[in-house]
Design a binder for this molecule. Structure first.
Ligand SMILES: Nc1ncnc2c1ncn2[C@@H]1O[C@H](COP(=O)(O)OP(=O)(O)OP(=O)(O)O)[C@@H](O)[C@H]1O
Length: 262
């Protein structure tokens, strides 16, 4: 059974169709990259899959249950959502911020459990922010803050993890570390969806890639399958430089197909 699945999801805003009949199933143990040009609908789809935005058509299933019928606390416990932009509104310490990822596990009376402290510590270590634990999150650099918010998400041990551009703003070492962490969560049985713009990293790390274009699915395939055709070039209007390493094909954006930019 799929851990999380969008079925026929359609979203309209005013007169605009933002998403149109999206079917996307993510099995446990899969790291799925959600890619596509700016404005293709990636964040909108992730918000629908996280239960943060209502679809006008279709819906989302988490395991064998309709997401819309889940109690919000259970939904927060089972789905980890990392929003785009690494925004922290409150001047909390790093450790306290990461501990907020455990809130959905609190009982009706708000009590902590013995699983909280190890989960918080492991998430801080995994995201390389343990040394910042006493710092006020609002004083961190953008990349440090992004890692803290990622740690908050990991600390909740969700069964589906939806991350919107988690590697944006990270240096190359922390980008690789972040994607290795997501791959490790997937290997542990989590269904992971990661929105990204870095084609080379997506092709390198993701098990499958869903390519969105103007609110529709242009392709869902493995990196090798995608690179055996030209759907990536067509969707982005670019030429790729193709390579392979250790038998695994990858590519990087090389040039525009048409020079119609200013
Ligand atoms: N409140 C809104 N009113 C009008 N249009 C909106 C609104 N919210 C989103 N949109 C439009 O919906 C489309 C999809 O937006 P979305 O943020 O999902 O795209 P995206 O693929 O995540 O883009 P990016 O790669 O730039 O982050 C865009 O054209 C955006 O302008």
């Amino acid at each position: 059974m799929n851990a999380i699945e969008a079925r026929g999801v359609g979203v309209r805003i005013g007169a605009a169709t933002i998403l149109d009949g999206i079917d996307l199933a993510v099995a446990p143990g899969t790291l799925l990259g959600l890619l596509g040009p700016n404005g293709a609908g990636k964040t909108t789809l992730l918000e629908v899959m996280a239960g943060l935005r209502r679809a006008d058509r279709g819906g989302v299933r988490l395991g064998d249950q309709a997401l819309a019928w889940l109690d919000p606390m259970e939904r927060a416990r089972r789905i980890g959502y990392l929003e785009q932009g690494a925004v922290c509104h409150w001047p909390l310490s790093v450790e306290r911020t990461v501990s907020l990822g455990r809130l959905p596990h609190r009982g009706a009376w708000g009590g902590t459990s013995s699983a909280d402290a190890p989960a918080i510590e492991a998430a801080m270590v995994a995201c390389d922010v343990a040394h910042l634990r006493r710092r006020d999150v609002t004083t961190l650099s953008g990349g440090e803050r992004a890692r803290v918010l990622f740690a908050r998400c990991l600390a909740g041990h969700p069964e589906a993890l939806l991350a919107d551009e988690p590697v944006a703003g990270l240096d190359p070492a922390h980008q690789i570390r972040c994607l290795e962490l997501l791959a490790a969560r997937a290997a542990a049985g989590v269904a992971v969806v990661v929105v990204m713009h870095d084609l080379a990293l997506a092709l390198r790390f993701c098990d499958r890639i869903c390519l969105l274009s103007a609110g529709r699915v242009a392709a869902i395939a493995t990196p090798a399958e995608l690179l055996s055709g030209d759907v990536i070039e067509t969707v982005y209007g670019i030429e790729l430089a193709r390579h392979s390493r250790g038998g695994r094909p990858y590519a990087m954006p090389w040039s525009l197909r048409e020079r119609n930019l200013p």
